[in-house]
Design a protein around this ligand. Structure first.
Ligand code: ATP
Ligand code: MG
Ligand code: FE
Length: 335
């Protein structure tokens, strides 16, 4: 079964075709990073306009590349949210138009759940598992019992980890997006500055990164001759320590020896190394998608779309974009 995935929630226009929920047939991502870089972040109006220009040529390329006709697609899966409303609507309108014109089933996908399930394009973790989605707009801990049964355990109370990377990079005069810039610079520095590890003494699964960001800003103000690389390394270490401690706590509390880490920040090598070291010591199996499947892509949307289709979660044509989901303890299977 071929599922066409469409993703336009932020500044990546992405189209993918996935076979049977696991095998990538084509996976194209057009990143707008260079367009938004001069502004230091994503400009929503520019993102929507660029999606409109890019989505159809990208779709044609995805089909043409593998000699697949649109009529051979069985299901269309599209990101419904969370994300920028104008950007989401571009993907949703295209998906609805294709589904309507070809009389094919349409499924609406939660972008964060898709990030979490991207791992199934490469590996096969057993359910249930603890999931950490750590991205540009979110830092969420989940208990995943099945593809469609995902309970949120905790979230950031303010900034997301990726957002903190982007903002601290900006303070250091590093280019957007900040995650990769900080990771690169951190390799030349040492984590010798003691920045706070927020909420670690609290008995919950929540995160907070805005205080850490302020601590970095204060440090820069009080140390005019600061070493950029040391600040980058110390900030990165504080984020990684916080993410790892909370995720491992959730694993231990739930007696589940499996952790899936996903989202753009999951591409960070320092986070990957630290979790892999702990996994060997603590007998926890840690799963990371390869870096290209950590950041935004449509293959993850198609992969999860397959399971929604199998569960008869077919969307009506009147569904709207959802910019922010209310925290909902369980996204249950519809029967
Ligand atoms: P969300 O998924 O929450 O809607 P998003 O889709 O914009 O947000 P992603 O594409 O999943 O986020 O990830 C982008 C974020 O990941 C950016 O904040 C970026 O700085 C961060 N990031 C990317 N690579 C790395 C890295 N190697 N180290 C740390 N952070 C990184
Ligand atoms: Mg992006
Ligand atoms: Fe994302």
């Amino acid at each position: 079964m071929l599922v066409l995935g469409i993703e336009t929630s932020c500044d990546e226009t992405a189209v993918a075709i996935v076979k049977d929920g696991t095998k990538i047939v084509s996976n194209l991502v057009y990143s707008q990073v260079a367009i938004h870089r001069p502004y230091g972040g994503v400009v929503p109006e520019i993102a929507s306009r660029k999606h409109i220009e890019t989505i159809l040529p990208l779709l044609e390329q995805a089909l043409h590349q593998k000699n697949i006709k649109l009529s051979e697609i069985d299901v269309i899966a599209v990101t419904q949210g969370p994300g920028l409303v104008g950007a989401l609507l571009v993907g949703i309108c295209i998906a609805k138009a294709i589904a309507f014109a070809l009389n094919k089933p349409l499924v609406a996908i939660n972008h964060l759940e898709a990030h979490l399930m991207a791992i199934f394009l490469e590996q096969k973790p057993l359910f249930p598992f603890i999931g950490l989605v750590v991205s540009g707009g979110h830092t969420n801990l989940y208990l995943a019992k099945d593809f469609l049964e995902i309970k949120q355990l905790g979230q950031t109370l303010d900034d997301a980890a990726g957002e903190a990377f982007d903002k601290v990079a900006h303070m250091l005069g590093l280019p957007y997006p900040g995650g990769i810039s900080i990771e690169k610079l951190a390799k030349e520095g040492s984590p010798n500055i003691k920045f706070p590890r927020p909420l670690l003494n609290k008995n919950n699964y929540h995160f907070s990164f805005s205080g850490l960001k302020t601590a970095v800003a204060n440090y820069l103000r009080h140390h005019p001759s600061f070493c950029k690389a040391d600040v980058a390394a110390s900030f990165q270490q504080a984020v990684v320590d916080t993410l790892v401690t909370k995720a491992v706590q959730a694993v231990k509390d739930h007696l589940l020896p499996r952790l899936v880490v996903a989202g753009g920040v999951a591409a960070n090598q320092c986070l990957r190394k630290k979790l892999l070291a702990i996994s060997q010591k603590e007998d926890i199996k840690v799963y990371f998608p390869s870096p290209a499947l950590c950041t935004d892509n449509a293959a993850m949307v198609a992969a999860l779309g397959y399971h929604h289709f199998k569960a008869h979660n077919i969307a009506d044509f009147d569904f709207d974009a959802i910019s922010r989901y209310p925290v909902c303890p369980f996204h249950q299977k519809k029967s």
